[in-house]
Design a protein around this ligand. Structure first.
Ligand SMILES: Nc1ncnc2c1ncn2[C@@H]1O[C@H](COP(=O)(O)OP(=O)(O)O)[C@@H](O)[C@H]1O
Ligand SMILES: [Mg+2]
Length: 152
């Protein structure tokens, strides 16, 4: 079982491969509802984009999912609405997010999946849930710990 433990507001998953991370993405997608704002936390290379891809695909999107590192936001239409995948790593100042007009993207049919939300601190809406991904240095290379935390 990939899912290790569930507490009131959190689920902990342990992945040992890309394939397991994809399964975890599908399990997480089943817990997400539209509209939601999800923050993804973790170092560079932790697996935020990889997990996001599997979440987007779990909602039925069949085209290519690419990292929005350069354009900051990428949109994916799915049956339930529109998934907006943002990667804010390249923001130099939080106020730069205003150019993206994120408020205009938000509706009852939106799902925000936001990497590096701290780069826009003070300018983003609160998260409905947060995902934390980490690569344990004392474990095999492809091992990842993934926590899903619902905001109270
Ligand atoms: N179990 C795993 N889960 C997720 N990614 C993994 C795993 N094992 C290896 N990787 C690799 O780690 C890298 C994660 O990169 P990426 O998803 O772009 O990270 P981030 O978006 O957090 O910077 C990819 O090259 C991926 O193939
Ligand atoms: Mg990324």
């Amino acid at each position: 079982m990939l899912k290790v433990e569930t507490q009131a507001e959190s689920s902990f998953f342990s992945s040992r491969s890309l394939e397991q991370t994809n399964d975890i993405g599908q399990q997480i997608a089943r817990q997400l509802v539209f509209p939601s704002c999800v923050y993804l936390h973790g170092d560079m290379g932790a697996g935020k984009t990889t997990l996001t891809k599997s979440i987007i695909q779990a909602f039925g999107y069949e085209g290519a999912v690419t990292s929005p590192t350069y354009n900051l936001v990428q949109e994916y239409p799915v049956d339930q609405g529109i998934i907006y995948h943002m990667d804010l790593y390249r923001l130099e100042d939080p106020s730069e997010i205003e150019f993206l007009a994120v408020d205009d993207m938000w509706s009852e049919r939106s799902l925000f999946l936001i990497e590096w939300p701290a780069r826009a601190a003070g300018y983003l809406q609160k998260a409905d849930c947060e995902i934390f991904i980490s690569k344990a240095s004392d474990k095999p290379q492809d091992t990842r710990d993934i926590t899903l935390k619902l905001s109270s």
